[in-house]
Design a protein around this ligand. Structure first.
Ligand code: CTP
Length: 401
């Protein structure tokens, strides 16, 4: 989560029952490496205390008393200085109205009015208030000014009513915060297509041929690309992983589906982290194969090689400026990877030794060597898949400069 490291985030907490969730959010942001300064409105103090936030952030939490205290002359516009992001979660209809109209009658709204950093607002309010024309107009005003509005979600509200108004979950707020922090990164304005997971080739309606790919490296790449400000299209097989917030997700199953999805895209770069099948059943049985019919003989045929297909179509339509692949090898790692780099027309390839226990499929870490089309090589030490992803994104962004 290095995008949060050393970042200064002001977390504004307003008077909603969802204020208790803000403590979890403050904790998550702090654990991710951010320096979190919390400002509570008077109404928020009815639900949670400054001590709650001080305990999870290890930093002082501010209240309206500070607006009139000894440091007021510094604090009233100073808190927003050198800040990377102002996040208001939960944000009531009242605070949204104040922000929209430039009203600055408490420490949080004064700070917001003076702030020059990006602002993210997560509304939370009870039945009817979110849909009220006044709130809708205020939200439209804030959006027009570049404020990012996240949520609210639909569901059970504190009053017992059901509707739109729930604060979105802290883990989702974290994802949106990440996206806002990365907005002006090295890949801002660029689009990346990233594939992930092991493909599934159907034998019959219930059985498939697949592989051990977990999709973790592909998802980590999607997150790293979002952190660098890219627009990300994640083409994924079923993995059980939660896609990073902000990625456009296209779900596929077979290598053919994946090929079709990739060929539908135009982007600055394609990163093929998926373990696409090389072989598939020649015929898929329409009905479930029955035991009573005996052991089936499954004839295989070649599945399409996605990178090779894209690469040969590049001559007529240059869909991707940069193409990156992976080489999963159990022997002759570098020779095999070098051959794939060339035959698949790649700009670089990440070679990983899948026979190692701490690298490759299913585990959290990876040990890769990057081989570039110009002959350069970079041996990376054992790293988390997130760190490997950051390195690959760094090189992709350099190639796109
Ligand atoms: N790949 C692909 N289409 C396939 C199989 C693989 O585009 N049908 C891509 C992978 O996503 C990866 C690269 O090609 O980026 C190399 O994949 P790998 O499985 O290492 O090699 P293969 O080309 O499948 O060759 P082999 O299995 O013989 O090693």
């Amino acid at each position: 989560m290095s995008i949060f490291s050393g970042k200064k985030i002001i977390l504004g907490v307003t008077g909603s029952i969802a204020a208790y969730k803000a403590a979890d959010l403050a904790s998550k942001l702090t654990q991710a490496g951010a320096n979190v300064d919390v400002i509570l409105t008077l109404a928020a103090e009815n639900f949670v205390t400054p001590l709650t936030f001080q305990s999870v952030t290890g930093r002082r939490a501010y209240t309206d008393k500070d607006l009139w205290g000894n440091e007021a002359h510094v604090l009233h516009v100073g808190l927003g200085k050198n800040t990377n992001l102002l996040l208001i979660a939960p944000c009531t209809a009242d605070t949204i109205a104040k922000l929209a109209h430039g009203i600055a009658d408490n420490l949080l709204t004064v700070t917001a009015l003076a702030a020059t950093c990006p602002i993210v607002v997560a509304p939370a309010m009870d039945g009817g208030m979110f849909d009220a024309p006044a709130t809708q107009e205020n939200i439209a005003t804030l959006s027009r000014r570049g404020v990012t509005i996240i949520g609210p979600a639909e569901g059970h509200l504190a009053s017992g009513l059901s509707g739109k108004g729930r604060l979105i979950e802290p883990s989702d707020i974290l994802g949106h915060t990440r996206k806002a922090l990365g907005k002006n990164g090295s890949l801002a304005g660029k689009k990346l297509v990233i594939t992930a997971g092991g493909t599934q080739e159907a034998i019959d309606p219930v059985r498939v041929i697949t592989n051990h790919s977990s999709g973790k490296q592909g998802y980590a790449l999607a997150q790293a690309a979002l952190d660098a400000g890219a627009e990300v299209c994640l083409i994924t097989t079923p993995t059980g992983l939660i896609p990073p917030i902000g990625a456009q997700v296209i779900k596929v199953k077979s290598a053919q589906d994946m090929l079709d999805a990739v060929m539908n895209e135009n982007a600055d770069a394609l990163i093929m982290a998926a373990a696409a099948a090389d072989f598939r059943p020649k015929y898929t049985a329409r009905d479930k194969m029955k035991k009573r019919d005996g052991i089936p003989q499954i004839e295989l045929e070649a599945a399409p090689d996605i990178l090779k297909t894209v690469s040969s179509s590049q001559l007529s339509t240059k869909r991707f400026k940069v193409m990156v692949g992976f080489a999963a090898e159990s022997r002759d790692l570098l020779d095999n990877a070098a051959e794939k780099l060339k035959s698949k027309g790649l700009d670089f390839i990440a070679a990983n030794d899948i026979s190692a226990k701490d690298a490759g499929f299913e585990v959290e870490t990876n040990r890769v060597t990057l081989l570039f089309a110009n002959g350069a090589r970079e041996i990376l030490p054992l790293m988390s898949k997130a760190e490997v992803a950051e390195k690959i994104i760094e090189h992709t962004s350099k190639l796109l400069e």
